[in-house]
Design a binder for this molecule. Sequence first.
Ligand code: AMP
Length: 192
Amino acid sequence: MYNLVVFGAPGSGKGTQSARLIDEYGLYHISTGELLRDHIARDTQLGRVANEYISKGHLIPDNLMIDILEHTLESNPETAAGVIFDGFPRTIEQAKALKEMLAKRGSKVHAVVGLEVEDEELVERLLKRGLESGRSDDNLETINNRLEVYNKQTAPLREYYQNEGKYHGIKGSGSIDEIFNSIRESLKDTKE
Ligand code: AMP
């Protein structure tokens, strides 16, 4: 059992590094962003609500996001063996809820990987991704909102997890392999 949070600003490489980490550790991947985009693509009721927030670069309200995450954990028994949380938590309230949810299951967050990338590089990467992704939120105006939201609401989680002794800050620029190797090295002693 090993639960890992992959944390970082939009465009910091959370999805890319999560994919590598799944291969390495065989964990269940929960990307809240992907989950919401899947609802949008299927035009579900949740998808329509989520799109209102996502397209503006705002966060989905905590109570809704926490319910979605709890439901995902409950309906996928494989999560009991360990999960990579990619894009969740994004607020202190979500972090507290995650702690409670995992405690109820006799578990905890073992480590948090924080991918650290300069703002300028983030904008460049997101604009480039926008040319291919077709994502409604990879345009300059929404990108700026997302970075602002990140700095205000999500960045404080760094200190929250530092205080818990779980934060592993990783330089998120360089090649995918280099970054992945730094993560692997940093997490070496966090597995039970
Ligand atoms: P991502 O793919 O992780 O960049 O997420 C894309 C968008 O989905 C974010 O900009 C938010 O609008 C929404 N979202 C994803 N995860 C969360 C979360 N944990 N809390 C609130 N909103 C989220």
